[in-house]
Design a protein around this ligand. Sequence first.
Ligand SMILES: Nc1ncnc2c1ncn2[C@@H]1O[C@H](COP(=O)(O)OP(=O)(O)O)[C@@H](O)[C@H]1O
Ligand SMILES: [Mg+2]
Length: 247
Amino acid sequence: MKNIMKVKDVSKKIKRRTIIDNMSFEINEGQICGFIGPNGAGKTTMIRLLTGLIKPNEGEILINGIDVTKNRKEALMNIGAIVEAPIFFNYMTGKEILNNLVRLHPNIPKKERESRVEEVLKIVDLDKRCQDKVSTYSLGMKQRLGIAQALLGNPEIIILDEPANGLDPIGMKDLREIILKLNREYNITFLVSSHLLDELQKICTSFVIINEGVLKFKGTSEELLSIDKGNIEDIFIKILKGQEASA
Ligand SMILES: Nc1ncnc2c1ncn2[C@@H]1O[C@H](COP(=O)(O)OP(=O)(O)O)[C@@H](O)[C@H]1O
Ligand SMILES: [Mg+2]
């Protein structure tokens, strides 16, 4: 199975405090990997490391075998990432925003820009609302526009940082369906963070669980569920409280 992302012995200190402590995990092609940990666990910091926004003090991050720290531009070619909740200009329409962003992709020829924008709008089910100003969009629609933005460059992997935050049940369901569709029909690998295990448990095929900058679990969803016969909440608490990271 192809490794899309490999995190090897990565540590990150911010102001002399260790935020990420010697973490190692892999994401394989085709996975929907849940990146789970309580608030303050280090998820956003790790995602910022993965996308080369900050550099590790120790260790290595490889994307398709390319070192992000040494060769950021090349490594990130295959990544669509939404690190923060996407912020768009409210006075613009969804389509106008994507029309501007598609120009930033040098490998999309000029004459294909328009069709590419229409294609991604359709994939995230915003084609009917694309002429409306973003100010009229729900949070879920803004998230989907963010995913459309990430899709423009035809990424192999999409990283979403807490996309479920603030979504209502319907927004959550739409988000899950889009992730599943992109995974199954377009073979896009996902890393999706959340502070709630049960939020993502329905769609994730693998999990990386961290707490206070330390890896607590990595494995498939079957391996996770086999930890305890109890409910998913019990499993989460058990992992956070002490169970050592399994191989
Ligand atoms: N730029 C920064 N300066 C100081 N502390 C930071 C900075 N970024 C993150 N931290 C600290 O690192 C820890 C992990 O934060 P973060 O990665 O945002 O966690 P999560 O995304 O899992 O909620 C927190 O204790 C946070 O306060
Ligand atoms: Mg965060």
